[in-house]
Design a protein around this ligand. Sequence first.
Ligand code: BGC
Length: 877
Amino acid sequence: MKIAVLCILLCAWLPAQESSIAGAPSGLRCEYLADPVGIDVRQPRFSWVLEHSQRGQKQSAYQVLVSLKLEVAAGDQWDSGKVSSSQSVHVAYAGKPLGSGQTYYWKVRYWDSGDGASPYSSVARFETGLLEGADWKGKWIGGANQIRKEFTLISRPVRARAYIAGLGYYELRINGRKVGDRVLDPAWTTYDKRVLYSVYDITERLRQGPNAVAVMLGEGWFKSHALRIEIHAELEGGQSVDVATDPSWKTMSGPIQSDSVYNGEVYDARLETPGWDRAGFDDAHWKPATLIEGPKGALSAQMMPPIRVVETLVPLKLTSPHPGVYIYDLGQNISGVMQIRVTGPRGTRVQLRHAELLYDDGTLNVENLQEAKATDVYILRGDGSDEVYQPRFTYHGFRYVELTGYPGTPKFDTLRAKVVHSDVKPAGGFTSSKQILNQIQRNILWGIQDNLESIPTDCNQRNERMGWMADAHLYAETAMLNFDMPAFYTNFLRDIRDVQGADGTVTDTVPHRYGSRPADPAWGMAYPLLTWYMYEYYGDRRILEQHFDGVKAWTDFLRTRSHAGILDYSYYGDWVPIEKTPGNLVSTICYYWSADLVSRMAEILGKSVDADAYRKLAAGIKDAFNGKFLNPESGVYGTGSQTAQILPLFLNMAPEGKRGGMLGALRDDIVYTRNTHLTTGILGTKYLFPLLTRTDNSDLAYELATQTTYPSWGYMVENGATTLWELWQNKTGPSMNSHNHPMFGSIGAWFYNALAGINPDPDKPGFERIVIAPQVVRDLQWAAGSLDTIRGRVSSSWRRADDGLRLEVSIPVGSEAEVRIPKLGMAAAGLSESGRIVWKDGHFQSGASGITSVKDDAGVLTVRVGSGDYAFGLKRE
Ligand code: BGC
């Protein structure tokens, strides 16, 4: 008896103990960044990932402490107290006003559902930039492409920072060495509106006594030179010193003879000025820098992953199609530059040309680069030493490099490729049993990364590389599912707002250099869509607040150009299709879509008048659209192209009673008329896949995704693509045919959403609620996806088994999920989780921790789960 009582007590006690195992929060972020240096948001937001040993756990309360002291013994700047809230992301700082150039330390703990407290997290930090305009004592100065200044510190620095805005691009050097690892900095912005500055911790780089700061400037997108620096050093003994740009800085042309993003760099090493970046250099013959007006834009802190050299590649192949002409093949289309190692006579001119393609005779084909010369030249110093050169202020999109002028016979290791792009970290992964899908996924990853160059570009090789807005929104979801993107898109949304006119217009490219104002309506969709994705994927309500007026103004502008609900103007529409779709059909859909998104955003923000007004506006556009473009007899939209059916079906614009017939006709066109091929351009292609999955046609979507004949992604792969092409056609001539254009990478989102089955639920955005709905299609044996969301890792991987299906799912603490497990046509199926029966004889068997219900929804078992790791087994009963 006593033993029985003890056992009951123990059993009751054990789970209670377990429930209190709330782990210290991890992955602390401030404004999406880990320990950012240089932020200028006055109320930065904190996010953390919850850890817990038990399933079905949530946060019931949190406490954040912010301090100026590293130990964070107390929240001397902010102590939130114990706040009853499930919010573990975007908790806004609400302490004492932040000061300029300060380092703040913070930590957080939380209480779980049972009020069990976690330990405190380890300490994270964030550092403010220069918050007030008046904090900048430095003036804009100009001059040649090398600028320097010496100064003396009377004692050792204990804390020193450099704030630098250097246009077009800069390389900051202190006491003989480059500072930091950023390249092609700062990010490209609309300089008349905004210039970004970067902040470096230079404490270890300065010393008591004489110091030198030296800056190399490139033209970049600014096409000129402008420099503004602020160095602030606190010294042992309590003094502080400011060194700022003014006409006392000295300037002189350096070895870079010319530099251009498109054309490359010419570097004459004979013109190097050794020692110029060290103290004690004789600059008596250098000219004083001049005060210049500088760009008009406000200075803002650059708060996103910088561009870096992220990887070094060794060429795979070296050939010589002609004497003295050497072709290196990297085996991969990249964005970046080559580093060359060479020894030879003074004045020898070595040239590197870059291209995506070769002619049949093995020589370089640069036709599709159009005006971009993509040529770097290095002129040797010739002092007998090993000379190493790597261009600073350019980048190229290429797989092949032609080396000429090399003194002697080059070897494999004469050249190394440096991959250069915004250093967004991987956040997701997708693999499957189907090789062609894995190859397409690989091409998508390269294609997207190659085109994140502080803005999302259209291509990386010819003389464009613009922030074309349609391209940007078409591959944004794929980017968000594969990389850590929120800081990048937060910046790009601000770039969009910076180009917006008083009349609400946005532009085809952002910053605006090419294309039109107003943007093609399908290009302008980037504004509402990226805003919406930031909400859907990261739960970022502040972004909605910041951009609501802008998105609304763009929609209002479209309204001024519409007639009776129809928007006629269009430049590109469903771009680069196999079969064209009328431009006004596409534009009117975008007009509808913008109005619908404004209404949804208004609803979330509690703006009920707007929500109502734009819902009505959208409804009116929908009626006008159906009245004009839908043939009531045939039930076909427009000219009958696939895109003309896909878009209204995807957006539920088509009259309900007609949807089934339309879908059938679309399927027939794909399967019978086109022999299972699409005819879509960039817009139709993206939405075809989710449409097919939503309507139970995932098998067909899969056949299209794995198709290897023209037009398809597999066709690109079969023809040697290592990224994605701009066109479905395999072209290599002087016309528009980039071989690295990520816009068709939209299909990558479907790999995650449908094949792995990972989906955000906009009703609880930021993956607070997740829908796991894997599509077990055709010959696919298994698929696996994972994503590090702002709340932690979500993963889903499934495998067919002889008797059914295995599915493993992970849901972050604080989130919940609906897991939809297809019954694979079985009349009666049982479901177990980690060996325990949860569905039997058509009924939910309760008791498994974390699982709240199982239901049979027409061929799919829908399981509701809380956080945790689950291993499901589906078996025929
Ligand atoms: C770009 C595209 C862009 C288009 C506008 C092209 O030159 O490379 O990707 O969206 O122009 O239609």
